[in-house]
Design a binder for this molecule. Structure first.
Ligand code: ADP
Ligand code: MG
Length: 216
């Protein structure tokens, strides 16, 4: 298993996630549905080691995140997690190619120059490598963000409403590119979306409701 959570609890002013038990095998694409405020982003943040649970266990790639300090969790996140956000979150002062090199540099991965180029080629953006993010469309920026999340071959890719800011046609194209690359590279993906139709394309689907994770 790439991800295992055991009796995970997390609340803020009131209980939010209750008794979450999740298992994600390597290579699966997993869909997480749930209404706004149901705790989807919080669950992703817990899996990324950005927050700590109130109780329970979270293991990602064999690392017990619940028992680690900030620095240890940062190292796990850097090496094992690729994150795609609704608002792309590319570094605005770096070119597309420089954005893609960041995860490699942070992980001290020595890569030949072709690596960012190969991914950009695969998502149809090779001619945009030297552009600044702000000069790209939303769909293009999100495809760059997908490349950035994949380039260091993370153990787990987390995508939090990655098409939430895109029109329907662009959203479909971005999902197709993302799933295609994830499948091709044998990556594992947990994606949060409001699009129930994605169930037909994913290996497992869950809904968060009233603090509980329900398999659907
Ligand atoms: N850092 C925080 N401090 C206090 N409340 C929070 C915090 N993060 C999330 N919440 C609350 O937890 C609930 C779920 O948030 P979130 O995980 O973002 O849900 P979703 O992503 O499903 O919309 C919301 O009511 C939100 O206000
Ligand atoms: Mg959210």
């Amino acid at each position: 298993m790439i991800v295992t959570t055991h009796q995970l609890y997390k609340g803020f002013t009131q209980p939010l996630l209750q008794d979450i038990n999740l298992e994600i095998p390597a290579g699966d694409i997993v869909l997480l549905l749930g209404e706004s405020g149901s705790g989807k982003s919080t669950l992703l943040n817990l899996l990324a080691g950005l927050q700590l649970p109130d109780s329970g266990e979270i293991c990602v790639a064999g690392n017990p995140l619940h028992a680690m300090n900030d620095h240890q969790r940062t190292l796990v996140r850097r090496r094992h997690i690729g994150f795609v956000y609704q608002h792309y979150n590319l570094i605005p002062t770096l070119t597309v190619e420089q954005n893609l090199r960041l995860p490699l540099q942070l992980n001290r991965i020595q890569e030949r120059d072709e690596k960012p180029a190969a991914l950009l080629e695969a998502v149809g953006l090779i001619d945009k490598a030297q552009r600044m993010p702000a000069s790209l469309s939303g769909g293009e920026q999100q495809r760059v963000a997908i490349c950035r999340a994949l380039i260091h071959k993370p153990t787990l890719m987390l995508a939090d409403e990655p098409t939430g800011s895109l029109d329907n046609i662009t959203a479909r194209a971005v999902i197709q590119v993302m799933f295609e690359q994830v499948r091709k590279l044998g990556q594992t993906l947990l994606i949060v979306s409001h699009n129930e139709a994605l169930q037909t394309l994913t290996d497992q689907s869950y809904r968060l409701h009233d603090g509980r994770l329900i398999k659907i």
